[in-house]
Design a protein around this ligand. Sequence first.
Ligand code: UD1
Ligand code: CA
Length: 450
Amino acid sequence: MRVSNLRAAVILAAGQGTRMRSPTPKVLHRVGGRPMLDRAIDAAEAAGCDRIVIVAGAHSPAVAAHARARLGEGCVVIQDPPLGTGHAVLAAREALADFDGDVLVSYADTPLLDADALAPLFAVRDAGADLAVLGFEAADPGPYGRLLIGEDGLLERIVEAKDATPDERAVRLCNSGVLAAPRALLFSLLARVGNANAKQEYYLTDVVGLARGQGLSVRAALVEEASVMGVNSQSELADAEAVFQRRVRRRMLDQGVSMPAPDTVMFSHDTEIAPGAVVEPNVVFGAGVRIGRATIRAFSHLEGARVADDAVIGPYARLRPGAEIGPCAHIGNFVEVKAVVVGAGAKANHLSYLGDGTVGAGANIGAGTIFCNYDGFDKHRTEVGAGAFIGSNSALVAPVAIGAGAYVGSGSVITRSVAADALAVTRAEQVEKPEWAAKFRRLKGERKTR
Ligand code: UD1
Ligand code: CA
């Protein structure tokens, strides 16, 4: 074993992606809420690649723009027209001309590839192979390139399915498309790749045969098929999502999150949940959620929210970005919370909208309370003090503050701030007319018999 080389990555993203049948470029479709292109970049970064070049096509400027926004101007090259995977890697030659180390080639449409799956590839390089290729045993090899391994265990060559003989097509060991080689070697081999094949494309895979032809060693590293599955259609995208969700569910369970029906819970790539939390069936986690040792009850939808220990959310609650639910707080059914900090032990148990503000510790928000935060132009804040009690069916018209310990009578529309420990009621006083109902019924009854 020798010390690992410096690493750079070339990520191919110039394919058309027409089989997605979507106006969104293929590699900007999401798995676990994260664009596939970002996932490919994440994997390369996690594998220690400190220079990354994205090869984008002229046909989808959104891909280049997305990559530039994350990596900077010099990290994107355009392959125009796309003439094959080998041609695509060559487009990155200038961008890496001054780099001295290993180049990882991967695809932006392989969303489940991560640093763990790349580890065996680099291990093969570090063990002395000149060129390392990531392969897998395919359940159904179909259109994949086949890895042809010699008696000596070295990889002889890769043959594309379309160019393969029936015997070669029977091989189940397939090419993931991912490989690693020293920069100078990779580009010198690519310069010799031709396009005399079924698709008349410059195949990256041809570098293997060329390397062997000049006496170099090439070895395959194997990973499970799921880690290198490529996405070409919406249904393959859904398959990749399913694998992603299964992996996250398994990790959450292993970390001590209780989930009686894990298959019904959807996670985002960045969901964080503390051990001891309970997640009931049919909960959806959007981006940016962090949960302490809390209970998330069935059918709740959370996004950009924080939930502290011992809080109870749902069933049927919606937490939107900026919802910060304190310890022991309760957010119940059909309550929506957006950009509100809810203090320890506060409760909003039924049918409310809390948007833009604060709810102090121990406050009680009655059923049907609405924070009227929007006047058609601007958003305003509602501050509810600690221990305040908001009677049911109240509208708090922001900007407004309810002092600590104050009461708001049920059915009030509060437009001015309320002092601490005061009672504010804005509904009309109750009038009572003795015997009115009995008289009314008599009157109606007489008319019916007439
Ligand atoms: C490729 C491999 C095949 C492997 C399979 C794994 C070659 C010749 N074949 O086949 O051995 O089993 O991937 O999924 O390499 N791209 C460009 N520019 C191009 C062509 C492609 O950037 O000119 C990009 C695509 O956007 C995609 C990747 O390269 O991200 C793979 O291209 P694709 O056409 O899907 O290759 P396959 O035919 O699947
Ligand atoms: Ca493909």
